[in-house]
Design a protein around this ligand. Structure first.
Ligand code: ZN
Length: 489
């Protein structure tokens, strides 16, 4: 386990370097290096001796975290050997062709040229789901990759309930006047000052800068080699600094999770996130639930003013709070606010499910997309570039990933509700810039456990409640009711 874990963390570091530091002419040699390491990894991971060892250990009398490590590694290995090499190769080839086709298609707003690629990837993923095995619902087999233990039958009613609650809230807000955002959009914001402030935010949220770092990249991401080496990136836009600040808080939330796994899990299959949804719950908790709260900006507005004295002159915490919670139905998922965001995800989830079940043809995707946008958000994409072609996920054939974003939002609200109960002075602490109590509570209840428990079980242990939409919906109404002067029917 140690050797394989080291190999994969080195692969991760090389990939991080590729996105941040690597000079352009190194691209080819980097591809060679990565391919060599990946085939070494694959060779070792598929050695028959490993299966014997895992079989011997399964059911052995081991400490809980070691039992989890054996369980997780066995599951991953079992799934890997079920996929014929031909399918692995075909998928890789289809993906790389599809990504190139997608870039062109999005630029030319031309879904027709991309359609054969997505149709091929869909067929291959259906085949892969059948090879992995399922009980009649192929989507379950794909979901398992990102959200171990989660089932479509559990998600479908949950998400339908969420949608029914979100659509009226979005309608009510859209009928109200938007907050004053002129101080943001009417100014230019120095990139250097943004960078300095974003590092202050990271330290403020107790991210350990001696066990991680932040750099710049075109698309913000986080990757962790281990608890003592967590790499984050952010991006700087001179016309809107809040893009950098919230992406720092988002990736910082991922980073705190990565720094918080128990040291005893190090270099085993029990370290790492319990699921992508749980990982996302940590980023959303810091970005939205904490980072877009009034107490947070009561502490951070004066600090922001020291970096931008002219632009921030006379701008109150209340004004920042209202501006960063601007809600408006919009076309692009990655730019959506926290209220409309989940409607973008539910749309993708329902379309993926229909595709996977054979109830929707890839040819009819644009129309189905646009129709659902009209129903849920009241807007129609002017062209497919801002509609069905906007995300890269389907060009990787990544069906089953989108729901983890919404699960993250649901988990985050439920987790924060428990933290509020356990820490009565939580918001007073946030108002004073004191984040350690919350970080410690998260570390004890969530982070340290890594992948010893399945995500849903772990959240149930931490919150005492079943996964549901209520904490998230309550949170939205409590916040946006007063902000937009709307009330729950
Ligand atoms: Zn994220």
């Amino acid at each position: 386990m140690h050797e394989l874990r080291d190999l994969s963390s080195v692969i991760g570091l090389l990939t991080w370097d590729q996105e941040t530091m690597m000079p352009p002419r190194a691209a080819e040699s980097r591809a060679e290096q990565l391919s060599t390491l990946q085939s070494m990894y694959h060779q070792r991971f598929s050695e028959p001796r490993l299966e014997e060892l895992l079989n011997t250990l399964t059911g052995a009398d081991l400490p809980e975290e070691q039992r989890a490590a054996v369980r997780n590694m066995s599951t991953e290995r079992r799934r890997a050997v079920k996929i014929p090499l031909r399918l692995v190769k075909e998928l890789a080839q289809a993906q790389s062709l599809a990504v190139e086709a997608w870039k062109e298609a999005r630029k030319n707003r031309d879904f027709k040229s991309f359609e054969p690629h997505v149709a091929r990837l869909l067929r291959l993923r259906q085949e892969q789901a059948d090879a992995w095995g399922h009980t009649g619902e192929r989507y379950d087999a794909l979901l398992e990759t990102y959200e171990p233990g989660m089932k479509t039958a559990r998600l479908e009613p949950l998400f339908e309930k969420l949608r029914a609650q979100l659509v009226p809230l979005v309608k009510a807000i859209a009928a109200r006047p938007p907050p004053d955002r002129a101080f943001i959009t009417g100014n230019t914001w120095s990139g250097d000052a943004q960078w300095a402030f974003s590092l202050e935010l990271l330290k403020g949220m107790t991210f350990d800068m001696d066990a991680g770092r932040q750099d710049r990249s075109a698309h913000p991401f986080s990757s962790g080699a281990n608890i003592h080496d967590v790499r984050l990136t952010t991006r700087i836009h001179e016309d809107n600094p809040f893009s950098a600040f919230f992406s720092t808080l988002h990736e910082g939330g991922h980073g705190l999770y990565e720094q918080g796994f128990a040291p005893k899990l190090h270099r085993t299959w029990a370290t790492g996130a319990a699921s992508m949804g749980l990982h996302e719950s940590q980023s959303r908790l810091w970005e939205n639930l904490v980072g877009r709260s009034l107490p947070f900006w009561q502490h951070w507005t004066p600090k922001l003013r020291t970096h931008f004295p002219k632009v921030m002159e006379g701008v109150s915490p209340e004004k920042v709070y209202a501006a960063v919670n601007h809600v408006e139905p919009s076309l692009i998922r990655v730019e959506a606010d926290e209220v409309t965001y989940n409607l973008h995800i539910l749309l993708r989830f329902n379309l993926e499910l229909a595709l996977m079940r054979g109830k929707l043809s890839t040819r009819d995707l644009p129309e189905a997309w646009n129709e659902r946008m009209r129903q849920d958000l009241g807007i129609t994409p002017p062209h497919d570039g801002d509609g069905v072609l906007q995300d890269i996920h389907w060009s990787w054939g990544e069906f089953g990933y989108f729901p983890t974003y919404t699960l993250g939002n649901l988990y985050s609200a439920s987790i924060l509700r428990s933290a509020e109960k356990a820490l009565p002075s939580l918001w007073q602490n946030v108002r004073q810039g004191e984040m350690k109590p919350l970080r410690e509570w998260l570390r004890t209840e969530i982070h340290q456990h890594g992948f010893v428990y399945y995500a849903e079980d772990l959240v149930k242990r931490a919150t005492g409640a079943e996964l549901s939409v209520e904490p998230f919906i309550d949170y939205l109404w409590q916040k946006y009711g007063p902000l937009y002067n709307v009330s729950r029917a």
